[in-house]
Design a binder for this molecule. Sequence first.
Ligand code: UD1
Length: 361
Amino acid sequence: MLKVLHVAGARPNFMKVAPVMRALKGKPGIRQYLVHTGQHYDAAMSDVFFADLNLPAPDINLGVGGGTHAQQTARVMLEFERVCEELRPDIVVVVGDVNSSLSAALVAAKLGIPVAHVEAGLRSFDMSMPEEINRVLIDRVAEYLFTPSWDANANLMREGVPNERIHLVGNVMIDSLVYVLPRARRLNIFSKLGVSPGQYGFVTFHRPANVDCRNVISWIVDNMCRLQESMDIVFPVHPRTRRRLKEFGLDLKLLKCSRIRLIEPLSYVETLALVDSAGIVITDSGGLQEETTFLGVPCVTVRPNTERPVTITEGTNVLCSPLSASFMEIVRAQLDEGRKHVAIKYWDGRAAERIANCLVS
Ligand code: UD1
């Protein structure tokens, strides 16, 4: 029996773990375990994704919760080392770039357990982003690097990673999207929110560089207030963002805007339904840049850079630097551009199958 230990901790991880576990389920000689680090713990940030994705309940929950980066990273490491010593996995699979993934990769590598990294090789080349630090370090210690697109292969090769460790498998986020989309398209969330398909903007912000900084979050709020003069806006609010809006006294300003729907974080199915039918998506999320590209929905990413450049060169994404005076022009240009058909190699719903085949062989 090959013991495969998967690690998930924060919201975007669940969409990446689910297809890999499903693809490995049918393979003989595999025993899988799922460890939830507990980095995200609210039902809306965690449990709902298990239901939407038919993800099995975690075998172990480390319950680490929030805290500073050092506290969070260290707590996962201490707890995860205990789990590895107990279960003695043959391989540890980590996904994406959150703190939990780095902690688990470091622990496994130091115990001599091979690490597989799903979504390897992405680079923003911006070390002020905690996720960039996490990505670079995970890829350094990983034995199997599963990349979503050719640019990730190029990044890894430039960093001197041996070719035989790099496997271009495609995008597992798109696997989950393809799996859930038919259900999302049957959902009628629009009347509940009082918006019409194609006629609203879908907005999310949660990056510390955007929401922890008073002048940047004020700039975001001002632009949302301006944008809602011409279209309805649906804005599910991440817990970090909700706290900052309140702290800076900006929540009341948004609440006064009649066309902005400020709502709680959504489930995965609900998010996809709203992204799929949005006129435009405005975000600082990594996953949404990919989902909009796959669905052909115009996207404005409010960041100075992206680790997912194919969403710009081949997809529907454009960047807008925080505090830019051109925000409204960029949004208008994207709205004029409209939807378009995009096909990126291996973003086809079968990335996890390629990962499973590679791990088994
Ligand atoms: C983390 C990831 C980020 C990812 C994001 C998705 C890192 C470095 N960052 O950022 O890459 O895009 O998740 O959401 O790992 N909180 C709650 N309930 C929860 C989870 C968080 O209230 O279920 C609050 C807590 O106050 C917590 C804060 O949000 O301290 C931030 O959570 P944390 O996991 O530290 O970072 P995110 O901003 O969510």
